[in-house]
Every structure is written in structure tokens, then in C-alpha cells.
Design a binder for this molecule. Structure first.
Ligand code: S3P
Length: 432
């Protein structure tokens, strides 16, 4: 188990590019693998999660070359060209990998078994099993609806119209990927619009699809044509630096080519409401996605009531928002965020416990928290093996009176390989 020590430090200064977007990297491998022809993926995230997805397709007979770091050449086998994996497919820590693969594998002519690490093995899978079963899939899970998942092949799938009970891009994407193999039309509607990368990328690979915020529809029976994908820098990885530089006096950082798809940037709105000074410059399109350079300068933050309508647009950013709120003046209230309890960890519980250890007053609620801004005293916290909680506590350490020891940081490599080095280069006081 790897522990980190984050000591008070700063200011943070410099220019950096954080690694490629995790959501887009997973989808790029998946669609390129079942497309016809050869696709090049640039800016691919070399994280453990996305590498596990690439390994899964290699196990199913797809040749994937890595001519250099962050680049993949995928030799697509076509919609029906995958072969049964010789053994269980290990998705590691990746909920996105497992849920999207479940949809894609439900339409194959062979059986598959998906397994994951300790955290993934606790995560709810009924949310995908239920709609996919309605389409005609047969998927067995462990008692409680958790992995391992056994997905039966040779099923005839039929399109459905499905209203998602929770706003989840993973569930939506699993249904759409199964819909590629289904007879007739597949339609999904969401209670709140979520990231639309699957829809955009299906269109980029030439699959006819209609979509608008909160809904999508496609029919089976078409083909995917290879294309090249440029992956923007991951907003969720940029988020740690946006908050760190906002909080540490004298800081100024420029983050290059960050994906600013509005379904991902709820944290920008929240931080600006709190008083942050973050500017977007050089806005452009990269691989069909909006990107910009983000320039963040220190500014005093104050507590807010997080608007519930932006919660799904910042669903991965709550651990770092907890830290921003804990260092801001006054109270911050978070509501309507119960999904945080079923992420890589129960992020409400893990962040509340850690911040309390650091001397912050925080009240947990079933679907959020009330955080009273204060001073971090330092001490020892447990990330519970959750990459985003570990990096968030590293930011808290920057501002603490004494150093913060963070337990169990190895999983940072699932989404942000090189965080430690990049953080040190910008002025963090991190040690192992
Ligand atoms: C993701 C969707 C979100 C997010 C996850 C990535 C995706 O999960 O938390 O990190 O790539 O589709 P949910 O669909 O469970 O909200």
C-alpha cells in the first residue's frame, strides 16, 4: 500500500497539460475495436482503468499497437469480429469499463465474464443488468447485483425505450452499445443530461444516431468506420489544480487543452460562484470536443449552496469540492448527490471522515453534506483506495498547519498517472 505525505507548500506556478480524458479514452478503444479499419487514438490516457479496457479487447482478438506513450493504433475487427476471451476479463477499478463492456458484450455470440478489484466488486450493476435484460440479454451477477458478471452470448436483442431512473452516462452508454446489436430502435431518456461522449463518438464513427441533451436514439444494423480520435486533457484531473491554485496564495497556473464539454464542467460554475478567478483562453475544438486553456489565479473563496442542477455535471469533482469548501469562508451545502455513495468509494463518508480528522466541521447527510470552512490542522487520513479522494487530500495538505499523511494512494494511477510528479513540479510538497 502506498502512502503519501502532503506538506504545506506553494505558491503553485507554471504551465501544465494533465493526461487524456478517461471517459473518452475508454470509448475510443471500444468503438475503434468494433469498427472496420484502423483508428489512431492520440492523447490516450495511460491510466490503469483505460489500459484494462484496451487489454480486454486484446483478449478478444483485437490488435492494439502502442507506437508511443498516449497513442494507440487499433485494428478494428468490425461489429461481429470479436472472439471469446480465453479467461475472465479484468476491468480493474473501472466502473466505466465494466458497465460499457456489459452492454457491448450482451450482443456477442459468445459468453463473457467480467471481474474487478475490491472496490469495483462492491459497485451496483443492476442499473445496467435491468435495462439490458429488457432488451433480451442474459446477465448473471453475484448476490446483491455486484460483479463478477457473467454475460451470455447468442441472445437476440431488441431495442427498447428506456427512462433512466438515475442520471448515469454509464448506464445510458451500456444501453446504446447493446442497441448497436439490437433489432429495431433503442431510445434512452435521462432525468438530467449526462456526458454525451458515446453519442458523439458513435456519430464520429459513422453510426446514424440522433441525440440532444437528455435523450438519444439509434437503430441496430449499421457499421462503424474507423476514424482518428484526439483525446482532450481530462477536466476531472485538471480540477485538482484548479482548486489548489485557487486556494494557495500567490498561485497562478495555466492548464492546456482541457476538455470543457458543459456536461463535465459543473465544478467551474461552482468555483466561480465561490469567488474563484479562472479564465478560459484559446477556446477551440479538439477531436470534436470543446477545449480551452484554463488560467487559474489565487482568489479567496466563500461557501455556497451548490445548485442541484449542476450536480450531474460535476459528479466526479465532489471530493475536491469538499476540500475547496473546507478551506472557504462560511458554509457550503451539497444536496441531491447520493450517487457519491456508490462511486469508487462512498465519497461522502470518506471525505467527511478525512476532513474531520483534519479539524474541519462537517455534517454528513444522506445525499450530501454541510461543510463549515476552517483551517486544516494536519494529521492522518484514509483515501479508502479512491483515486480522487487521495488527490483531494493532497490538495488539503498544501494548506495544512502540519503535514497530512494520506493512506492508500496507489489507485491514483487508475486515472492520473504522473499526478505526484506533476504536482511536485508545480509546487506541491508531496513525499512518499
Ligand atoms: C462516467 C460516468 C460517470 C462518472 C464516471 C465516468 C462515464 O458515472 O462518475 O467517472 O465515463 O460515462 P455514472 O454514469 O455512474 O454517473
Amino acid at each position: 500500500m502506498s502512502d503519501w505525505i502532503s506538506a504545506p507548500a506553494g505558491p503553485l506556478r507554471g504551465e501544465l497539460r494533465v493526461p487524456g480524458d478517461k471517459s473518452i479514452s475508454h470509448r475510443a478503444i471500444m468503438l475503434a475495436a468494433i469498427a472496420e479499419g484502423t483508428s489512431r487514438i492520440s492523447g490516450f490516457l495511460e491510466g490503469e482503468d483505460t489500459r484494462a479496457t484496451a487489454r480486454a479487447f486484446a483478449q478478444m482478438g483485437v490488435r492494439i499497437d502502442a507506437p508511443q506513450a498516449s497513442e494507440r493504433i487499433v485494428h478494428g475487427v468490425g461489429l461481429h469480429g470479436l472472439r471469446a476471451a480465453p479467461k475472465s476479463i479484468d476491468c480493474g477499478n473501472a466502473g466505466t469499463g465494466m458497465r460499457l463492456l456489459t452492454g457491448l458484450l450482451a450482443g456477442q455470440r459468445f459468453d463473457s465474464t467480467l471481474i474487478g478489484d475490491e472496490s469495483l466488486s462492491r459497485r451496483p450493476m443492476r442499473r445496467v443488468i435491468e435495462p439490458l435484460s429488457r432488451m433480451g440479454a442474459k446477465i448473471d451477477a453475484a448476490e446483491g447485483g455486484t460483479p463478477p458478471l457473467h454475460i451470455c452470448g447468442k441472445r437476440t436483442l431488441c431495442g427498447i425505450g428506456y427512462e433512466l431512473p438515475v442520471a448515469s452516462a454509464q448506464v445510458k452508454s451500456a444501453i446504446l452499445l447493446a442497441g448497436l446489436y439490437a433489432q429495431g430502435e433503442t431510445r434512452v431518456r435521462e432525468p438530467h443530461p449526462t456526458r454525451d461522449y458515446t453519442e458523439r463518438m458513435l456519430a464520429a464513427f459513422g453510426w446514424p444516431i440522433e441525440f440532444a441533451p437528455g435523450r438519444a436514439r439509434l437503430s441496430g444494423g449499421h457499421r462503424l468506420c474507423a476514424t482518428d480520435i484526439d483525446v482532450p486533457a481530462d477536466f476531472s484531473s485538471a480540477a485538482f489544480f484548479l482548486v489548489a491554485a485557487s486556494l494557495v496564495p500567490g498561485s497562478e497556473l495555466t492548464l492546456h487543452a482541457v476538455g470543457i464539454n458543459p456536461r463535465r464542467t459543473g465544478l467551474l460554475s461552482a468555483l466561480r460562484l465561490m469567488g474563484a478567478d479562472i479564465r478560459e483562453s484559446n477556446a477551440r475544438c479538439l477531436g470534436g470536443e470543446p477545449v480551452a486553456d484554463l488560467i487559474v489565479r489565487h482568489a479567496p473563496l466563500h461557501g455556497i449552496e451548490v445548485p442541484v442542477e449542476i450536480v450531474p455535471d460535476m459528479i466526479d469533482e465532489f471530493p475536491i469540492l469538499f476540500v475547496a469548501a473546507a478551506a472557504a469562508g462560511g458554509a457550503t451545502r451539497i444536496r441531491d448527490a447520493a450517487e457519491l455513495r456508490v462511486k469508487e468509494s462512498d465519497r461522502i463518508a470518506v471525505m467527511a471522515k478525512g476532513l474531520r480528522e483534519l479539524g474541519i466541521r462537517i455534517e454528513e447527510t444522506p445525499d450530501g453534506a454541510i461543510i463549515i470552512g476552517g483551517k486544516f490542522v494536519g494529521g492522518e487520513v484514509d483515501s479508502a483506495g479512491d483515486h480522487r479522494c487521495a488527490m483531494s487530500f493532497a490538495v488539503a495538505g498544501l494548506l495544512a498547519r502540519d503535514a497530512v499523511r494520506i493512506r492508500d494512494c496507489a489507485n491514483v494511477a487508475t486515472s492520473f498517472p504522473g499526478f505526484f510528479e506533476l504536482a511536485c513540479a508545480t509546487g506541491f510538497g508531496l513525499a512518499e
